[in-house]
Structure formats: C-alpha cells, structure tokens
Design a protein around this ligand. Structure first.
Ligand code: HEM
Ligand SMILES: Cc1cnc2ccccc2c1N
Length: 290
C-alpha cells in the first residue's frame, strides 16, 4: 500500500519557509563549490536520487523513508558525488531536528531549483523516517551509457509518459558530469547554475560527435565544448522523445510547467498525501527581500 503522509506535528508554511531560507542562504554563502557552480545542481540530483529508487510494482524505495541517510544507500556507486549535498544539509538537519530526512532531501531540491530561477515547485511534507532494513538495494538508478529505449523502459517503473521523461531530463541544464563520480567528463564552460531550457536547445543545435573519454566511456561532445550522455542523446535519436525536445527548445514556459509537474510526481511517488491540505509554494529569497 502507499505510505500515508504524516506531516511533522504543528509545523506549517512558516516553519518550512524557515528551512527553505536556511538552505537558500547557505547556497548563496557557499558559492565557490565545484568551480563556482555552487551546491544547487548537486542538491537537485540528491532529491532525484532519493526518489529514483521507487518501484511502483511493490511500492519500495522512493523518497518517503529518507533511507539515503544509511550507508547502504548512500554508498551506491550511482550516488558518488552526492556526499557533497549530504554534508551541505547536515547543519540544516541539526538546526531543524523536527524535519524528516525525506522531507529535507526533497525540500532541498525544491529550494535549489527555485533559487536557480526555476519554476515554483509546490511541495508537501509528510515523509517519515524508515529503518535501514527498508533502504532499497543498490542498482535502481539508471545507467547513462544506454539509449532512448532503455530510458523509456527505465522510467516505466515510475509510470512516467514520454513527455514526462523528456521534461524531467531537462534538469541536465544544471551542473556537470565529473569523471571521478560517474566516468563522464563535462566541460567547465558548459556547466550552469541557472535553470533554463538550454539542454534542449543544445541537443538540437550542436553537432555531436561520439568520442571515448579518459575513463574509456563513450559520450557526445560538441566543438563548443558541450557534452551529452548517451541517454541524453537518446532523446533526439528516438522520434517520440524528439518531438518533446523540439517543443521545449521552442517554449521555455511549456518546459517549466511540464518539468514542475513531472518533478512533483517524482518526489511524491508512492506516497498518499490525500489527508493533508494543499501543497506549499515557497517564496524565493529575492521575493522576501523586497
Ligand atoms: C536517464 C536518466 C538519468 C541518467 C542516466 C543521469 C545520469 C547522470 C550522470 C552520469 C550525472 C553526472 C554525475 C557526476 O559525474 O557528478 C548526472 C548529473 C546530474 N543529474 Fe542526472 N541522470 C538522469 C536523470 C536525471 C533527472 C531525472 C534529474 C533531475 C530531475 C537529474 C539531475 C541531474 C543534475 C542536476 C546533475 C548535475 C549534478 C552536479 O552537477 O553535481 N538527472 N546525471
Ligand atoms: C549540458 C549537459 C548535458 N548532460 C548533462 C548530464 C548530466 C549533468 C549535466 C549535464 C549537462 N550540463
């Protein structure tokens, strides 16, 4: 059965906005991380990885239990590099001991996206810490060396449509690949910490060459120094995906709207929030300064 959301007792919008602000202020302070990309992209990746273990067939994994806090999950080779995001969040968890780990990991992703000028992401609390025995086994996160068919099959486990898959992968406009983490190398020049539709624009406009990188893995490189993973490139090799890539390359508003919906679905998969009120929409730091 689905996990029933149980919000942290007595906590409301103002309490969670305080957590948002603490994360957002720390993001601004610690801007030198990863060659001045900052922690934003890494936090977004953590929010996806803690949710991407979900399997709708037995409702295992997913963001509810906050089981990333256990070594069994954190040490999954697919999570290499996310120790930075986890370390970043430790003082936040200490300052707000009442928030569950699942709520913290997902709220951190929402905060990072909004502070990187992404869409407003409605967010609901209610994830409850589970035990280490509930942590999913390693191997549930995707393999970047594969093609579009693999990507469609992989996300089938979450019940995502072609449109939702393409929208979600638009998050690869953020940050970069690091050879020591994943065996893929992204050039510094192309790394960004602003949420836009340029992943789709680059996919369509650059002339991509398949090359072996220093780890012996094949990736697509462009003469402007951009890179794409084979799974990224699969979105333009597959005709059904490609039409959404073209839609989002032309219309950033449509991308923002569809990304928001798919990302909420990713973060909430496997959880029954029906007992809770409506979702919170947090103000960005800029909106509170004025
Ligand atoms: C087919 C599915 C996917 C594959 C194979 C994939 C693979 C990867 C790989 C290999 C990296 C580089 C990690 C590193 O070397 O540090 C990466 C980074 C990243 N991924 Fe994905 N990813 C997928 C889906 C997603 C989704 C659904 C999201 C979010 C909604 C996402 C967000 C990110 C972000 C923000 C980064 C940059 C992290 C950083 O700069 O530290 N990815 N991904
Ligand atoms: C431009 C681009 C393409 N693919 C990526 C995959 C993972 C992380 C970042 C990426 C990125 N900035």
């Amino acid at each position: 059965a689905l996990h029933l959301a149980q919000a942290e007792d007595g906590k409301g919008l103002d309490d969670f906005q305080k957590v948002y602000n603490a994360i957002a202020e720390k993001l601004r302070d610690e801007d030198e991380f990863d060659g001045y990309i900052g922690y934003g992209p890494n936090l977004v990746r953590l929010s996806w990885h803690v949710s991407g273990t979900f399997d709708k067939n037995d409702n295992s994994g997913g963001s509810f239990g906050g089981t990333y806090r256990f070594k069994k999950e954190a040490d999954d080779p697919a999570n290499k590099g996310l120790q930075n995001a986890a370390r970043f969040l430790e003082p936040i968890a200490k300052k707000f001991p009442w928030i569950s780990h699942g709520d913290l990991y997902t709220l951190a992703g929402v905060t990072a996206l909004q502070e990187m000028q992404g869409p407003k992401i409605p967010w609901r609390p209610g994830r409850v810490d589970a035990d280490e025995k509930d942590a999913p086994e390693n191997g549930r996160l995707p393999d970047a060396s594969k093609d579009g068919n693999y990507v469609r099959h992989y996300f089938g486990r979450f019940g995502f449509s072609d449109q939702e898959i393409v929208a979600l992968l638009g998050a690869h406009c953020l940050g970069k690949t690091h050879l020591e983490n994943s065996g893929y190398e992204g050039p510094w020049g192309a790394a960004t910490n602003t949420f836009t539709n340029e992943f789709f624009v680059n996919l369509l406009n650059e002339n991509w060459k398949l090359e072996k990188n220093d780890a012996g893995n094949e990736q697509y490189n462009s003469n402007k120094g951009y890179m794409m993973l084979p799974t990224d490139y699969g979105l333009i090799q597959d005709g059904k995906f490609k039409k959404y890539v073209e839609k989002y390359a032309k219309d950033q508003d449509a991308f923002f709207e569809d990304f928001k919906s798919a990302y909420v679905k990713l973060l909430e998969n496997g959880i029954d929030f029906s007992k809770l009120g409506k979702a919170y929409v947090f103000k960005t730091l800029d909106e509170q300064d004025s």
